[in-house]
Design a protein around this ligand. Structure first.
Ligand SMILES: [Zn+2]
Length: 236
C-alpha cells in the first residue's frame, strides 16, 4: 500500500520512501513517526531507541551523496517532537526562542550533528564488532556528563520522577539523546543493535525479533529494494 498525498513533497522535502521511489522505481512505502511537521516531513522512527533514531537522521550515509535530514534547527525540533523527546508545548517555546536567537540555534544544530556522529560511530562499531573510536566515545561522554548535570528529582502526587532543569534550553533534546545513548550502551539490549544490511543504508536499529534475524532498518524500504534487486538479477 503506497501513500502519496499532497503532503509528501512540501518545503523541499521528500520523505525517504518517496525519494527512493523517485530514484529507482522500487515499490516502497513511506514510513513515518507519530506526527507530520508543518512542512510535511515525517521522520522514520524505526530504530527502536531514541539515540538510534537520532543517528538515523542522516540518510544514505555510505553513499557519495548522504542526505541531511536536519538541515536547520527547526528540523531538529521537529524530529524531537515526533520522537516524543519534546512535548508540543516545549516544542512551540523552543521554536519561538530559536526565531529570536537564530545564531545560537545554528550553533546547537552543529552540536547536534556532531553528537549524532559520535552516537553513530560508537554503536555502529560495536554492532560490526569493530574497535570503538576513542574520540567518538570521549565526545559522547562529554554529552552524557552535560546531560546528567541537568537531571533533577521532582515530587509527583504518588512518588518522584526525573525531570530536566532548564527545560527551555535550545539544546534540550540533545540531553535526552545523550541519556538514551548512555542507557542503551550499558543495557543488555546493546547486543541487539544492528546496522542495516543494505549497501547504501547504515541506519541503526534494535533487532528484537525472536531469532535475532532482522537485517533491514525497514523491510518496506531497504528489504523491499533488496528483493527487487534480487528479482532483477535473477531475470538477467
Ligand atoms: Zn536500511
Amino acid at each position: 500500500m503506497v501513500h502519496v498525498t499532497c503532503q509528501s513533497y512540501i518545503g523541499g522535502y521528500y520523505s525517504r520512501g518517496e525519494a527512493m521511489r523517485a530514484r529507482n522505481d522500487a515499490p516502497v512505502d513511506t514510513r513515518g513517526g507519530g506526527y507530520t511537521t508543518d512542512d510535511g516531513y515525517q521522520f522514520e522512527l524505526t530504530g527502536g531507541s531514541l539515540c538510534l533514531d537520532f543517528a538515523n537522521t542522516l540518510d544514505s550515509r555510505p553513499t557519495e551523496a548522504p542526505r541531511e535530514l536536519l538541515s536547520d534547527y527547526r528540523h531538529l525540533v521537529d524530529w524531537a517532537m515526533q520522537a516524543e523527546a519534546l512535548s508540543p508545548a516545549v516544542t512551540r517555546r523552543l521554536l519561538a526562542s530559536a526565531a529570536s536567537e537564530p545564531a545560537r540555534a545554528r550553533v546547537v544544530l552543529g552540536r547536534a550533528r556532531a553528537l549524532r556522529e559520535s552516537v553513530f560511530q560508537v554503536f555502529s562499531a560495536h554492532a560490526r564488532g569493530a574497535r570503538i573510536p576513542q574520540g567518538a566515545l570521549d565526545a559522547l561522554n562529554r554529552a552524557v556528563s552535560g546531560a546528567l548535570a541537568r537531571l533533577r528529582l521532582a515530587k509527583d502526587s504518588d512518588g518522584f520522577r526525573w525531570e530536566w532543569k532548564e527545560d527551555q534550553a535550545l539544546d534540550r533534546m540533545l540531553w535526552s539523546v545523550a541519556r538514551s545513548a548512555g542507557e542503551l550502551l550499558t543495557s543488555d539490549r546493546l547486543g541487539q543493535v544492528r546496522v542495516c544490511a543494505a549497501p547504501d543504508c547504515d541506519w541503526l536499529f534494535l533487532d528484537t525479533s525472536r531469532n535475532g534475524s532482522r537485517r533491514w532498518c525497514d523491510m518496506r524500504v531497504c528489504g523491499n529494494r533488496s528483493k527487487v534487486r534480487r528479482y532483477r538479477a535473477a531475470r538477467r
